[in-house]
Ligand binder design. Structure first.
Ligand SMILES: [Zn+2]
Length: 344
């Protein structure tokens, strides 16, 4: 009799279980967010590095653009982007950093306006936050985390430091979400030319400050949609991005500045200073004059000075682009400047 009752009870539970189709969403809380001591320890270690820089966070879409809605009609991409962006803003501000945002509410901001605001802010980094959808209609199983940088290594406009930033963010975000980076690239970072050949994303192309675009996960995925509407999970995502930024900036980033132009009767020397507390990898120095790669430069490691010699009197105002990296493998902030050789 008791056995029969148990059997009926079990059968009823199975029936109810099937009827409500309860889906367990799975995520882990990063250890730094599990207790105050670990959280504080992280800030003690990284906050001085983080607050050295300013950040521009762009929550994708919003306002009139709320078209991207998940298969269960629960996740609106615009809202998920904003939720992650606001948590990221809080983490960065808690570390003492200055943060700019394109929007802090559900409002309409055009793509060109986003870049204009970012350029005007002269922040050090632009981080655009989005969530993804696959190319095929009715695909509700594709899901991964990816981070985009602008252009490709072979292009003049490619800035290797954008890929550095993308790599750090991607690694820690994907880890925090327990997602892979997809199979389209080895480390989960992608050139935006993969989506729009030779143009890339407008928001990365038109933004002059170093910029990356994060695609957190697929709102079209049948389970990921349920994770993305959970604010605890959005906070974990923001923590992943924040931790990637923290590790990236703690390895220091070289900055190049033009310090002097010395004109003599037969030649002109243009001097640049490389500012970094970390040693520069002298083999990494890449110099372009009017977009042509050069080999005629000298680097003095003790002074961290780079000297470029011009013998050609035909060149009056060359456009000089330089990048290099420190021995932590972090590339320099973009440097591209027209130097006037005769007026000095
Ligand atoms: Zn989007």
């Amino acid at each position: 009799m008791i056995n029969k009752l148990f059997f009926l009870l079990a059968l009823t539970l199975v029936f109810i279980g099937c009827r409500t189709q309860r889906i367990e969403v799975y995520f882990d809380v990063p250890f730094e967010l599990q207790d105050t001591a670990s959280y504080n320890k992280f800030f003690d270690r990284f906050e001085n590095h983080i607050s050295n820089y300013t950040y521009f966070i762009d929550a994708g879409h919003g306002g009139e653009d709320r078209r991207s809605v998940g298969p269960r009609k629960l996740a609106v991409e615009a809202d998920v982007n904003l939720s992650v962006a606001l948590y990221l803003k809080n983490f960065l501000e808690e570390a003492g950093a200055k943060v700019y945002m394109t929007r802090t509410a559900d409002s309409t901001v055009s793509l060109s306006e986003r870049s204009r605001l970012a350029n005007q802010s002269s922040a050090d980094f632009f981080i655009s936050i989005h969530h993804n959808a696959p190319g095929r209609a009715n695909d509700n199983w594709t899901n991964y985390t990816s981070t985009f940088y602008h252009a490709q290594e072979t292009d003049y406009e490619y800035e290797p430091m954008e890929r550095d930033l993308a790599r750090y963010i991607q690694r820690d975000l994907a880890y925090a979400m327990r997602n892979s980076g997809g199979t389209g690239s080895f480390d989960g970072t992608y050139s935006d030319y993969i989506i729009f050949p030779k143009r890339g994303f407008a928001v990365l192309r038109e933004t002059n400050i170093p910029a990356v675009l994060v695609e957190g996960g697929f709102w079209t995925h049948h389970i990921e949609e349920l994770r993305l509407i959970d604010t605890t999970f959005n906070k974990i995502q923001a923590w992943g991005i924040f931790r990637g930024i923290a590790r990236y900036v703690s390895n220091s980033i070289p900055r190049i500045e033009h310090i002097k132009t010395i004109v003599t009767d037969d030649s002109t020397a243009v001097k640049f200073k490389v500012n970094d507390v970390i040693k520069i990898d002298s083999n990494s120095i890449t110099v372009f004059v009017d977009s042509v790669k050069q080999n005629n430069f000298l680097f003095e490691p003790k002074k961290n000075e780079l000297i470029l010699n011009f013998n050609n009197v035909e060149i009056n105002s060359p456009l000089i682009k330089i990048f290099l990296k420190n021995i932590n493998n972090n590339h320099s902030f973009p440097f591209e400047e027209t130097i006037h050789l005769l007026n000095n």
